[in-house]
Each structure stands twice: as structure tokens, then as C-alpha cells.
Write a protein that binds this ligand. Structure first.
Ligand code: GDP
Ligand code: CA
Length: 309
């Protein structure tokens, strides 16, 4: 059994993790999930990235819609909106069930990591899923139109505003959830999933002690680029990279992870970008990175697993 730690955002990371658990023994896998996206909706604590991972690894994700649960219905949410409740962030009925359980647990003082472990268990997930922190950490974006809490920019404003700066409220006080640093220290391989560097991975690295644990890692760390041919499959990663790093080539992705990665896996269509990746101190590995199905995701996972052999 190979001990692996994977840092993950939501949908892109979860898609990769589905492949990873096909390619390696999930009992050795610890996933560290982003919580900078967490948000209170209709009084409930929602952890979108942890939930994407739970639903993907639990085999209940809606593959077509690309987020949320399969066989979802929207009765409770529709009624809440009809009664004047907030309607900017959709919550399906099955999804709501999870948020009720999590919110009640948090309200009676259970740490997020503990309730996440119970939920993972209930979904029959073999891998260990840890939030980066049990403390309150919230991503903010500064844009020409003002500063917004992450979900207000991402969902309500449909990430239309360009981003000048990403900030993490609570980063100074946040400490790693129990087990995160230990998992990194004992890992044989560390993986950064094909997630948005700025809003999915940086909030994990912002938690005091996690970046340091990665910087002094004994195990190699392999990141997978979330861009294919300079474009994000979905979401604002390409626009953010262009504005915040000055371009969208794999070398620019590598700059986001300077000091914490040894290898960058990026798409074979960009093979000529290898020297730019090397300049950033990472070994370039060009390979197919488009996860059009679970088999392709497992193949990408195998590329990552063998990149350091
Ligand atoms: P979010 O938290 O739900 O936004 O999800 P992540 O941050 O984990 O993932 C979003 C990123 O996944 C986007 O930048 C996409 O470009 C990337 N992504 C989605 N599908 C694929 C794919 O098939 N291959 C690669 N390389 N990246 C992907
Ligand atoms: Ca997210």
C-alpha cells in the first residue's frame, strides 16, 4: 500500500481522485480538501469542495451537470425561495440532507474534520478525507468592481470580474486539521490535483503549517495542471492565470507552486512548454490530461504515480 496525500479543490480535483482510487489502494490515500469556498446558505454550513469529493468518491455525483448529486430534486429549495428565502445558491434535496447533518454537528461543537470523517464513512469511502483546517478560513477576491466573498463573486456574479488579488480571511489563526501535517510527513507521494491553483490550492497552502510541511517534504510532490492548451476546462483558472501570472502556459502554472512541487504534469499538446516548467524548478512531464471519463482519469493518475518512480 502506497501512502499518498492529495490536495484537492472541488470538481476538477474530485474527477482526478476518482481515477486515483482506481489506480492505487484507496486505504493509503489521504485527501486534503479546500474549505476556503465554504459558505452559509439558508442557515446551513456548505462545504462545496469537500462535498464534490464526497459525492465523487461515493459514486453519487451528477456527471452530466458537473456538480452536485445524481438523481437530485429541488423541492425544499424551491419552496424556500417561494417563501422569500435566499435563492442565489442552489441546494438540492439530497444535498440539503448532508448540510443539515453537518450544520447540526458543527453547532454542537463537533470539528469539521470529525463530521467529514463520519460523512465519508457513510458514503462508503475508503480513502481518508480531511478538510485543510477545522478553523474558519474564507477566500475573498479583490476585483476592479470591489472585494467579494468567494461565493458571491463565483456564483452570484458568475466570476465575471477580473481578479487582482486572492485573500484568505482567517489564515493567520487557522491551524491544520488533525492528521494533515502527519499525513504529509509520512507520505511516499504528494499530489496536487488538477484544481484551480489560486482558489482551490492556495487556500490549503495558506493554512499555517501546511505550506511549511510541504516545503520540508521527504516525499516527491507532483502537481497536475488544470489547463489544457492554455484553457481551463471549466471556470476562471485561465483568466486568473493570465492576469495574476502573466500567461497561461504550464510554466505559469508551475510558478503558482514554486517551492512545493518537484514535477508538473501538463497536457501533451503543450509539450514544447517543457523548458518553461524546468525554469520554475519543476521537472516537466507532458501526457494526456483530459479526463473525459473515469478510465482517462485513472490513466492520468497512473502517469502521476509513475512520474516519480
Ligand atoms: P472547483 O473547486 O469545483 O472549481 O474545482 P477544482 O478547482 O478542483 O477544479 C477546477 C479545475 O479543474 C478547472 O480549472 C478545470 O480546468 C480543471 N479540470 C476539469 N476537468 C479537467 C480535465 O479533464 N483535465 C484537466 N487537466 N483539468 C480539468
Ligand atoms: Ca471550489
Amino acid at each position: 500500500m502506497r501512502r499518498i496525500v492529495a490536495l484537492s479543490g472541488g470538481v476538477g480535483g474530485a474527477r482526478f481522485l476518482r481515477g486515483l482510487v482506481r489506480a492505487t489502494d484507496p486505504a493509503g490515500l489521504t485527501v486534503v480538501g479546500n474549505v476556503g469556498d465554504d459558505v452559509e446558505v439558508l442557515g446551513l454550513h456548505v462545504s462545496p469542495d469537500l462535498d464534490s469529493i464526497l459525492y465523487a468518491l461515493g459514486g453519487v455525483a451528477d456527471e452530466e451537470r458537473g456538480w452536485g448529486r445524481a438523481d437530485e430534486t429541488w423541492v425544499a429549495f424551491g419552496e424556500a425561495v417561494r417563501l422569500g428565502g435566499e435563492g442565489w445558491f442552489s441546494l438540492g434535496d439530497r444535498d440539503l440532507g448532508l448540510h443539515l447533518v453537518r450544520t447540526q454537528a458543527l453547532a454542537r461543537g463537533e470539528p469539521l474534520s470529525a463530521v467529514t470523517a463520519r460523512l465519508a464513512n457513510a458514503f462508503g469511502i475508503e480513502a481518508t478525507l480531511l478538510p485543510a483546517t477545522d478553523d474558519r478560513l474564507r477566500t475573498w477576491v479583490d476585483t476592479p468592481a470591489g472585494s467579494f466573498p468567494f461565493q458571491e463573486w463565483f456564483v452570484a456574479r458568475r466570476h465575471g470580474d477580473e481578479v487582482d488579488l486572492v485573500r484568505f480571511e482567517g489564515e493567520d489563526a487557522a491551524t491544520p486539521a488533525p492528521g494533515v501535517v502527519e499525513a504529509i510527513e509520512h507520505a511516499e507521494l504528494i499530489v496536487i490535483c488538477p484544481s484551480n491553483p489560486f482558489i482551490s490550492i492556495w487556500p490549503i497552502l495558506a493554512v499555517g503549517g501546511i505550506r511549511e510541511a510541504l516545503e520540508r517534504r521527504a516525499a516527491p510532490c507532483v502537481a497536475v495542471s488544470p489547463l489544457v492548451g492554455g484553457r481551463a476546462i471549466k471556470g476562471p483558472a485561465d483568466r486568473m492565470l493570465q492576469r495574476l501570472a502573466g500567461g497561461t502556459d504550464p510554466g505559469r502554472v508551475a510558478t503558482c507552486y514554486r517551492g512545493v512541487i518537484d514535477v508538473l504534469v501538463f497536457d501533451e499538446s503543450e509539450a514544447d512548454a517543457a523548458p518553461g516548467v524546468e525554469l520554475q524548478g519543476a521537472r516537466p512531464v507532458a501526457a494526456p490530461t483530459l479526463m473525459h471519463d473515469e478510465v482517462a482519469a485513472a490513466e492520468l493518475a497512473r502517469t502521476v504515480l509513475t512520474a516519480v518512480d
